[in-house]
Design a protein around this ligand. Structure first.
Ligand code: LLP
Length: 424
């Protein structure tokens, strides 16, 4: 459920007409709904609350999905923690008021600098993904004379389904260590005075629309926790990652948070452990839209019609990168028979195509369209390819809206380049 609805013939974000925001801020623009963010977080939190045997999980929102500080503040205000994968993301979480003890630091390639920053910050846990990384964390902790709380990300060797580029839980993927290696590392870490093993973690992929692979992975994780404990090792936390999918209209509807929580209660119930989750997409995706203006409608005499937009692959790369489907809606639909369009951006690549042969209400130059479900992995993955300025982000909350990231000026963009100093 989200708060982007048609009212009086035009698309609104909560109580604000999208046309009004586009007129004030320009296009392309990302628009987020605070009510939708809050709703998604609380629905998930409440789904767990139905199962008291699960305790109170740490819901560490995956910052990578949408990392705007004001978006993070909406979630941190509700008590969300943060799953982070870089120093930059840790800094964003801190700027949004997330307590260090609610920050998880994940990722396969943390630098010594980043580990130093995380340890000085006092994050809840560093999710270690390899033996080499454990050595690095131990050595940084020793240098700083601190004790690093570590969890081990296990690769449970489960096929998550979904797009191959975002599937992470098979043995051949770069993520995590095997159960056997995790076992060895866990035991070794308990002997290092600068390491404190606190738990184990897994994350098998993203946009998962079926509970079966998650269940399979979680069953293995439970057995793993039990085997560690059977050897007298203390395991306080089990981090079950993110990954639950959202409806993009061309895929099966994903399981509800209630079904997800019920499955977890069934698999994990009675383990007596602190659970952690790292949801990104399910919190942010349906809480955002990308609004773009139609530059031309290029109707070829041979038949194909191209809807040329002012948004491009640099603003929303998901269709080009994962063949992702985003519902496209006219902001103020015109009457008349639907037409078939190829929806494209201005970037000089055929890959800059959002949709092929999409059936849409008729559109004309100057009309606005909305890409739905664009709040996750939209702005966060944008670039300035073709020297197109990063587009602004707007947060709507009831009848209010504010620009929460400004469009940079061309002077700011060019001002980052420097002279080498030797050319005349
Ligand atoms: N935890 C870890 C360790 C992750 O790698 C990810 C996502 C998440 C949590 C959050 O997963 P989510 O709940 O959002 O599925 N750019 C791609 C998605 C990449 C996901 C990467 N990792 C896309 O646009 O589909």
């Amino acid at each position: 459920m989200n708060h982007f609805e048609m009212k009086e013939g035009e698309l609104h974000a909560e109580d604000v007409a999208i046309r009004r925001i586009a007129a004030a801020v320009g296009t392309p623009v990302y628009i987020y709904s605070a009510a939708t963010l809050r709703r998604h977080y609380t629905v998930l939190r409440d789904a767990f609350a139905v199962h008291p045997e699960l305790g109170t999980p740490l819901i560490a929102y995956a910052v990578k999905a949408n990392s705007n500080v004001e978006v993070l503040r909406v979630l941190s205000g509700l008590g969300a923690g943060a799953d982070t994968v870089s120093e930059g993301e840790i800094r964003r979480a801190l700027a949004a008021g997330v307590a260090p003890g609610r920050i998880v630091f994940s990722g396969v390639g943390k630098t010594r600098c980043e580990i130093t920053f995380a340890l000085k910050t006092g994050v809840a846990e560093i999710n270690v993904e390899s033996a080499a990384e454990l050595d690095a964390v131990a050595s940084v902790a020793r240098e700083l004379n601190l004790i690093a709380p570590v969890a081990f990300r296990v690769n449970p060797d489960v096929e998550a389904g979904g797009h191959v580029k975002i599937s992470t839980g098979k043995a051949e993927n770069k993520f995590g260590v095997s159960f056997a290696q995790a076992h060895e590392l866990y035991a070794a870490a308990t002997k290092d005075p600068h390491l404190r093993p606190v738990g184990v973690a897994c994350h098998i992929g993203s946009q998962i629309t079926d509970l079966a692979p998650l269940r399979a992975a979680f069953i293995k994780m439970r057995a793993f926790v039990e085997s560690l404990r059977a050897e007298g090792l203390s395991v306080e936390r089990l981090d079950l990652g993110g990954g639950l999918g959202v409806p993009y209209f061309n895929q099966p509807d994903p399981p509800s948070p209630a079904d997800y929580a019920a499955m977890i209660a069934e698999v994990i119930g009675g383990l007596n452990i602190q659970l952690a989750f790292e949801p990104g997409r399910m919190i942010a995706a349906n809480a955002g839209v990308l609004i773009s203006d139609v530059i031309h409608v290029n109707v070829r005499p041979e038949g194909r019609s191209f809807l040329v937009l002012d948004a491009a692959m640099n603003d929303l790369i998901r269709p080009a990168m994962y063949d992702a489907y985003h519902d496209i809606r006219p902001v103020v639909p015109r009457g008349g028979a639907h037409r078939t369009y190829d929806v494209v951006g201005p970037v000089c690549e055929t890959g800059d195509t959002f949709a092929r042969e999409r059936d849409l209400a008729p559109l004309e130059t100057g009309d606005l369209v909305a890409f739905m479900t664009a709040g996750a992995y939209g702005a966060a993955m944008a670039s300035e390819y073709n020297t197109r300025p990063l587009i602004p982000e707007v947060l709507v909350d009831g009848a209010r809206f504010a620009v929460i990231r400004e469009r940079p000026t061309y002077d700011e963009i060019l001002g980052r380049d420097r002279l080498g100093g030797w050319q005349t």
